[in-house]
Ligand binder design. Structure first.
Ligand code: GSH
Length: 200
């Protein structure tokens, strides 16, 4: 059975959601970020970490893609043009969407206080709004970024754009807002949310 290490209030939530999508059993170890016990597994002391047998995989995106590949679901096959487009959306989720949210979050609470520059958040919001316009154009009237098939980048975008709402950043009414609502209405998202909230 898999073991997921990381408080579900963190990016570990993505992996929980993924495991629920796949219907895979897992043990949850809600270790918080920067816990010294992480040092032996991840020198950056970040979560999540997935334990698979005697192996540990770090980074939520790598873990989600690994699980999708291993179980042959929520992904196109490596080496196909569809996979190239899918991976392009994954990179977009990380580079264009997550990076501005994470930088803003760091300058709100994560960095030591003396390193926080509050004005950075305005620039991050500008970047986020730009990413939402780009996503709107790339998504068009498709159900999911790759068409009718829900894949790894949909999970990452659904999680990350939802996270942005905690800073009151939301996509304008339209195809992206509808897409995010659609993705977050999935039963596996509800199951992961219930599991997270039960730990509060
Ligand atoms: N790219 C990594 C980022 C992991 C990450 O930054 N996790 C946060 C919690 S969501 C963390 O552990 N932060 C501790 C720190 O930045 O020191 C991933 O997606 O897993």
């Amino acid at each position: 059975m898999y073991k997921l290490i990381g408080s579900p209030k963190t990016r570990a939530f993505r992996v929980m959601w993924m495991l629920h999508e796949l219907g895979e059993a897992f043990e949850l170890d809600p270790t918080p970020p920067r816990d010294p016990k992480l040092a032996a597994i991840n020198p950056s002391l970040k979560v999540p970490v997935l334990q698979d047998g005697s192996d540990y995989v770090i980074d939520s995106v790598a873990i989600c893609q690994y699980l999708a590949d291993k179980h042959g679901r929520l992904t196109f096959k490596a080496g196909t043009i569809d996979r190239a487009h899918q991976d392009s959306f994954t990179q977009f989720a990380v580079d264009d969407v997550e990076s501005c949210i994470w930088v803003a979050a760091k300058h709100t609470f994560a960095l030591p206080e003396e390193y926080r520059v509050p004005d950075v958040k305005r620039a991050c919001q500008f970047d986020f709004d730009r990413a939402m316009k780009s996503l709107s154009a790339r998504l068009g009237d498709k159900q999911f970024v790759m068409g009718d098939t829900f894949t790894v980048p949909d999970l990452l975008l659904g999680h990350t754009i939802g996270w942005a709402a905690s800073m009151k950043w939301t996509p304008p009414d339209g195809n992206v807002a509808d897409y995010v609502a659609r993705v977050r209405a999935r039963p596996a998202f509800a199951a992961a949310t219930a599991q997270r909230d039960a730990l509060k």
